[in-house]
Unconditional design. Structure first.
Ligand code: GTP
Ligand code: MG
Length: 242
């Protein structure tokens, strides 16, 4: 295959999201694929599918297939079909709910058993979702990082609500599974424009020294702009009140 054909050829990556009910798997998939978030909880029945096409490094036509598995699938009999031939598995827990973290052991044991006969294990990552609710965190960072390291998994905190780290994490893992390195400008492109209401206590990323926005009586919007490389700005991030 000529270089050009290789670059344009379709690449397919299967990403499976598992974890406890209510941990935020559907919210992560929705944020990543549609840039949407809903506060309303509608439990997933069985499984849902999401698709996103993007360009990753030299590969111009990468299809990311997200398999959004119900938290109830741990006790069901379909999990083997869901994780079959997965390239990446995201083990999602809610940083404000320790039982959602504890139950990851069971998901991992189940997935390991189901993957016994496969040639290569999928890439696994622990995802601590709802990090916008830092003030309600019940799972200590050291504990979750240690757990991921002991298992040889990647680790990422994220927020489906603000979009913090959602795209960057998924895209980085996908790039890794294709064996490509993302450039700095690719990485910047996948950083979200984070919009949060002052009035909620939100952990704002990127801003120097991980600043916490305090509660204030009047709700205003605070926006963190991650400027794309083409912008005529010398700084990579700026903060404005609207
Ligand atoms: N604050 C906050 N709430 C979130 C976040 N992600 C999800 N939620 C809320 O958590 C609830 C559950 O989210 P879902 O995405 O439906 O959870 P799920 O893991 O798909 O649950 P099942 O489908 O039952 O397995 C919803 O009310 C979401 O609005 C987040 O990052 N921050
Ligand atoms: Mg769901």
């Amino acid at each position: 295959m000529a270089d050009n054909e290789e670059e344009l050829a379709e690449r397919r990556i299967k990403i499976v999201l598992v974890g406890d009910s209510g941990a935020g798997k559907t919210s992560i998939a929705l944020k990543f694929c549609n840039d949407e978030f809903s506060r309303q909880y509608s439990p997933t029945a069985g499984i849902d599918f999401f698709l996103k096409n993007l360009s990753l490094g030299i590969y111009k036509n990468v299809n990311l297939h997200l398999w959004d598995v119900s938290g109830l699938a741990l006790r069901g009999n379909m999990l083997d079909k869901y994780v079959y031939e997965a390239n990446i598995i995201l083990l999602v827990y809610d940083v404000t709910n320790s039982s959602s973290f504890d139950i990851l052991e069971e998901w991992i044991a189940e997935i390991r058993e189901l993957s016994q006969d496969v040639d290569s294990m999928p890439m696994m990552a622990i995802v601590g979702n709802k990090c916008d609710m830092e003030h309600q965190r019940t799972v200590k960072r050291e504990r979750s990082h240690r757990f991921a390291a002991e298992n040889g998994f990647h680790y990422q905190d994220m927020s489906a609500r603000t979009g913090e780290s959602v795209s960057l994490c998924i895209v980085n893992l996908a790039a890794k599974s294709l064996g490509v390195r993302l450039t700095k400008s690719d990485q910047d492109f996948h950083r979200p424009i984070v919009t949060a209401e002052i009035g909620d206590s939100v952990d704002i990323p990127i801003v120097k020294n991980r600043k916490i926005v305090k509660r204030r009586p009047n709700k205003k919007q605070i926006t963190i702009h991650h400027f794309r490389p083409n912008f005529p700005m010398s700084k990579s991030a700026a903060c404005s009140l609207q």
